[in-house]
Design a protein around this ligand. Sequence first.
Ligand code: ZN
Length: 84
Amino acid sequence: MPKMGNYQYTVIHKKHNSAHYGNCEVCANPVGEMYHQTERREYERANGKGTGWTHFGCTDKFGHLECLHSIRRDQSRNRSVKAA
Ligand SMILES: [Zn+2]
């Protein structure tokens, strides 16, 4: 088992709302402004050559921006990237 590091989050603002994607996957209510959040985790490569990123055991959810923020595991150390 490689040594695991911090989680990192990427959030993308989607063009469509609940009518297209369904309700928020966190609170189950309709969403006007739909966001997609993916989580990844840093790990130390077994060969000792630096670190990589894995999606193993990570979440991938659609919903309200506030809801997606609320399910983040480490509220103090995460970083996010918002794309159009
Ligand atoms: Zn929600």
